[in-house]
Design a protein around this ligand. Sequence first.
Ligand SMILES: [Zn+2]
Ligand SMILES: [Zn+2]
Length: 180
Amino acid sequence: MHLNPYGEDAVNLAADLANRRPADAAELADRCRAAGLVLDRPATAQDLAQAVEALDAWEKVVDATDEHERAALLNAMLASATAYPRLTNHAATGWHVHYRDDHQPLGRLLLSLISVGTALHLTGRGMHRLRRCDVTECTTIFADTSRTGRQRYCSQRCANRDAVRRHRAARSARSAPPKG
Ligand SMILES: [Zn+2]
Ligand SMILES: [Zn+2]
């Protein structure tokens, strides 16, 4: 996976892993590979533990209530995850920038990728563009990459669900007897 200028793939991978936590190291590796990561060795239990720790920290960034808190939490992740940027062509797929030391295990690599990807996403597209779904019972996290930056729901399904509920609420408000 190459970090694109807006960090989109990395921030989407973070949301995917946070929304549905991998059950074991093999699943973690499979899902990272499916997202385009090049892994040079099998994932271990330690990788999984580090990934879970990174996702827990990342969810606090998601749930931060203002942008200064969000930036401070993400800066703490960046401080623990990143090294000086360097050019690499490790997979012979083209030169790109890494923000970590070479030969990091998957857990460390994910922490770095998630932190940098989220930083690029928020600064490139807008500090508010990382959130949970607006439907109360839905806790799904998503990165808002929409054109307008006003995405409220994780999916069309949740948008429809909420539209039906608002419609019903409006109708019952109209038909209710006036309160005296
Ligand atoms: Zn790379
Ligand atoms: Zn939802």
